[in-house]
Write a protein that binds this ligand. Structure first.
Ligand code: 5GP
Ligand code: ZN
Length: 121
């Protein structure tokens, strides 16, 4: 279950409904919503409800949570309309730190798919 939230974090505010989003999925541990600036026909973000800043802070204590999130990725990708593997498929991406291209410092996994060309990626 989600524990620590950061009151200044934009993604914590999205989880709490303080900032509106187009929700894809929610359970006790995770939340998924459409990226506001999509690169691909399907582009959503999957995040833990607890405020983990990035992959750099991940420890063994997060292994079960991250495993559950990972299993959700292909299910949610198909739910959101990506075409089936292998002709379709999706891209799973996480940016970590400034040099990794991370702008929002609440761990998030980009899931992108749909027919190409894409805007980016
Ligand atoms: P990063 O560069 O940190 O990996 O990606 C952050 C992502 O969050 C970007 O793709 C950006 O479009 C998305 N994003 C930033 N602010 C918001 C927001 O308020 N709502 C939604 N839905 N997406 C956001
Ligand atoms: Zn947060």
């Amino acid at each position: 279950m989600a524990d620590a939230q950061d009151p200044n974090c934009i993604f914590c505010k999205i989880i709490q409904g303080k900032i509106p989003s187009r929700k894809v999925y929610e359970d006790d541990d995770m939340f998924a919503f459409h990226d506001i600036n999509p690169w691909a026909p399907v582009h959503f973000l999957l995040i833990p409800k607890s405020h983990i800043p990035s992959m750099a802070q991940v420890t063994e204590a997060h292994a079960a949570l991250l495993g559950r999130m990972l299993v959700k990725v292909p299910q949610l990708a198909l739910q959101e309309g990506v075409n089936p593997y292998p002709e379709g498929g999706f891209r799973l991406l996480t940016n970590t730190g400034a040099e990794g291209g991370q702008e929002v410092h609440h761990l998030h996994w980009h899931v992108m798919g749909g027919p190409r060309p894409w805007l980016r990626g």
